[in-house]
Design a binder for this molecule. Structure first.
Ligand SMILES: [Zn+2]
Length: 295
């Protein structure tokens, strides 16, 4: 295994050295190697506004309880990545995940790219991501200002991240990090009509419509190639759940019984298996793939 990737600062490619206060850190940017391999800490607060420790906990709960949305979303991501790779005709060299959270998607990238770097603002989520990945270099950072080297990556992925931050700043940073012609795979909560307390709890700034996302991408140096929605078949149920009086329906959606989870998962699985080649016109999540336009 190539250890050089975490012997040097992933931003500056310099070996860390003891600084004035006795800590070991990159002398150029201040990033310091954590006690865990491949994981680098920032000295600045990198938590997005509105996505606090409680939001991070809820995300971890979804990931660890094997939730029907998370589970089938991963299968859709794998399919979309394979479709993008087939169009590209060559494997990816340097993949980047912005906002990797607890790292559930990193194995998908490690299987498809020679090197993977992942950025997230939360230390605890990064520690989980480190434990669940094999080769990914993990960097604590602000996803709208990672300070990683420009034009290094031929694949950038960000799953349900853009809604937590300034969309234009995020897509501009993603474009800065991407090589010309690089691929982007993005997902976001869809349809403002689904806005509910669940978005507030998750720290979302907005839910996206395709046209709005298309304009944001084009304004930031990306050419949209395709898009689809996820949880299209469950959309009426999700709509009802989000608008049902009281909290029972939303709680059932967030923490379903095993039987309900199996049933909803089966609907999503059917959708991913049979309908994912189509561009589904609605759903609770928007998926977009795009190419970096040459400057
Ligand atoms: Zn550095």
């Amino acid at each position: 295994m190539n250890t050089a990737a975490w012997d040097a600062c992933p931003r500056c490619q310099r070996p860390p050295a003891p600084n004035g206060s006795g800590a070991v850190a990159c002398t150029a940017c201040g990033l310091s190697p954590s006690p865990l391999p491949r994981l680098w800490w920032s000295d600045a607060d990198t938590t997005p506004e509105g996505f606090d420790a409680a939001s991070a906990d809820r995300l971890t709960d979804l990931a660890t309880q094997d939730h029907f949305w998370m589970r089938e979303r991963a299968r859709l991501v794998a399919r979309l990545l394979d479709r993008m790779a087939a169009t590209r005709g060559a494997p990816w060299q340097h993949a980047l995940e912005l906002g990797c959270g607890s790292g559930g998607s990193l194995p998908l990238l490690e299987a498809r790219a020679r090197r993977v770097v992942a950025v997230d603002g939360h230390r605890r989520l990064l520690q989980q991501a480190q434990a669940g990945s094999n080769t990914t270099v993990l960097v604590q950072g602000d996803v709208t200002d990672t300070r990683l080297g420009a034009h290094q990556h031929d694949l950038v992925m960000a799953l349900d991240v853009i809604e937590h931050v300034d969309g234009h700043a995020f897509l501009t940073e993603a474009r800065r990090l991407a090589q010309p012609g690089a691929d982007l795979l993005l997902s976001a909560p869809a349809f403002p009509s689904l806005w509910s307390e669940m978005d507030v709890m998750a720290g979302h700034r907005c839910r996206y419509r395709w046209r709005q996302m298309q304009q944001e991408l084009e304004r930031s140096g990306w050419r949209p190639v395709g898009h689809t929605h996820f949880q299209c078949l469950l959309f009426p149920l999700v709509y009802a759940s989000r608008h049902w009086p009281g909290r029972t329906a939303r709680k059932a959606e967030r923490q379903p019984s095993r039987r309900l989870d199996r049933w909803l998962g089966a609907v999503n699985r059917f959708e991913v298996n049979w309908l994912s080649p189509l561009s589904l016109p609605f759903g609770s999540s928007l998926f977009v793939w795009a190419r970096a336009v040459a400057p």
